[in-house]
Design a protein. Sequence first.
Length: 277
Amino acid sequence: MNIINGKQIQEQKLKFISKNISKIKDTLKLVVIQVGDNEASNVYIKNKQKICEKVGILFEHIKYDKINEAKLIERIEELNTDKSVTGILVQLPLPKDINEKRVIDAIHPLKDVDGLTTVNLGNLFSGNKGLVPCTALGVLEILKSINAPIEGSNVVIVGRSRLVGLPLSGLLLRENATVTICHSKTKDLKEKTKQADILIVAIGKKQLIKESYIKENAIVIDVGINREEGKLYGDCDFENIKDKCNAITPVPNGVGPLTVTMLINNIIEAYNLQKNN
């Protein structure tokens, strides 16, 4: 059994990314837009700022206590045309009176460093170049760093969000995996997950995946983050399944560090795409 160290993989990837940034003569800049004061969002934004500063990317945090959808989209459109801005990220969740999809789709696809616009999702499944959601990229980075045999493997993804499950299925199909996506309406979930050589869980239910849900020597990637009484839990019952796995990510310090690292990767990718367009 191998517990995958996300922080260690992050450090290796950051060294590689830093070399790429040092070759770029222009200044890279990320703008993060936040509406409201969500506690988890505040933490995520600080992490993004910290890593940007570490690798030499300018960081701007635009925070609104309240703003209507039209004004927010107007601000995004200004940033789209601002040549000093490499990447734009709208921190989710947004207040309920704002349509998240409309706001995200207002971001220019070449500046959409979260990879969440409809255009970029379409690019992924069409085989075109584009920006891909950071967590999905982070999971793929982990699998490649441990030399997981992706090609030809049965990969089961639990969760179909635009952030993780959906883009990850596209990335893994590109790697010639056989992909099954399960979700809240899937019948006999346990029977599906037991077929997985690689099981990726991103459904947001604390310790949903028990020992009986996985086969011997499977690779398990737990993307879930569930907060309860100040503690973090994954979507997998880590302590009870770790000895059955070939490799498993813990929560925290598994996928999380790679998500923010792949954001930096996307900022470089956005810069390159903008240069070539």
